[in-house]
Design a protein. Structure first.
Length: 320
């Protein structure tokens, strides 16, 4: 079992280094990173490929000081990682990535629980979201079959763990020769503009904010570059979200160019929001994205980012 884990880890690490700078670069994933963090990662409890304990081991190996596990619609990865992180001396942050609706558009929202883990009420709410995901998955199988791409839900589940997501459908589509790549699967069939896209039942932004805040959590808007808005329209959206309870923007993300990063940093400053960051690490699902360092070493996130998020979160609790 241990041998199998290290073989998998070396495969992922090898792919990571193809996208990082040379060994003398301080962002190389093989060098200690001291007080660096990663606040956006996924395990095989959602659409990542490393188990929670394997992710903790990798975070410790590269020298991260703090790690947030932010699986989609589930806290199972965080829960499983807690004992191992404690024994490894790694600071583990409780988080989750939610799919929500904002004015009819599907977006993601990160929730962090920085004082204590999410409570039972929030966990029950997550279970309801998972029911909606299962219904979407059943409908998506039927839609793909109707378009000449037969598969079963069991075949898709074999690529997942407990929670089935669209990357698992993409894996089956590649396996069966329907598409050549994950990107093609999403562009043609699985993304919002794809011919097989199935809309999930998703909570409205305001409802998600209420659930997060009532459970002592802090809401952050992730990867804003994926929102199909720029300039003033995006500013208006962020202002509206801030007024409804948003506390941070994921300024630093593997997808962001330096120009985008500066724009989102200015946006966070303008609206008094925390500037957070994370790699959005998924393991073999996204082999070009390295834990802690992103794509080509474009990330190196200071522990001060987590401290600032905690400061804003604490101020919110004091004002309630």
């Amino acid at each position: 079992m241990v041998e199998q884990f290290y073989r998998k880890l070396m495969r992922i690490s090898g792919r990571m280094t193809e996208h990082t700078a040379s060994d003398d670069n301080e962002c190389s994933p093989r060098l200690p990173m001291q007080s660096t963090i990663d606040l956006h990662t996924h395990t095989n409890e959602s659409d990542g490929t490393l188990s929670p304990t394997e992710l903790v081991d990798e975070a410790s190996r590269i020298g991260l000081r703090a790690l947030a596990i932010t699986d989609h619609d589930t806290l199972a990865g965080y829960d499983a990682a807690v004992p191992h992180a404690r024994s490894s001396g790694l600071e583990l942050v409780c988080g989750v990535e939610l799919s929500i609706k904002h004015h009819g558009h599907s977006l993601h929202l990160l929730a962090y629980f920085l004082q204590i883990p999410a409570n039972d009420d929030f966990r029950q709410w997550l279970l309801a979201l998972q029911t909606g995901r299962r219904k979407r998955n059943e409908a998506l199988v039927q839609k793909l079959c109707s378009q000449g791409m037969p598969m079963t839900l069991d075949e898709v589940a074999a690529h997942g763990h407990k929670l089935i997501a669209r990357p698992h459908f993409a894996a089956v589509m590649i396996e069966k020769g329907y598409v050549a790549s994950r990107q093609e699967a999403f562009d043609k069939y699985l993304d919002e503009s794809g011919s097989c896209y199935i809309q999930r039942e998703e909570p409205e932004f305001e409802d998600a904010i209420d659930q997060i805040q009532n459970s002592g959590g802090t809401a952050v808007l992730p990867h804003p570059s994926r929102i199909r808005l720029n300039g003033k329209p995006l500013e208006r959206m962020v202002a509206e979200m801030r007024d409804s309870g948003l506390k941070g923007i994921e300024v630093y993300h593997s997808d962001h160019s330096p120009v985008q990063t500066q724009f989102y940093k200015d946006l966070a400053g303008e609206f008094g929001l925390a500037a957070t960051g994370g790699s959005d690490f998924h393991g073999e699902t996204k082999p070009g994205v390295a834990l802690g360092t992103g794509i080509g070493g474009n990330l190196k996130l200071s522990y001060s980012i987590l401290e600032e998020l905690r400061r804003i979160s604490n101020a919110k609790l004091e004002n309630n």
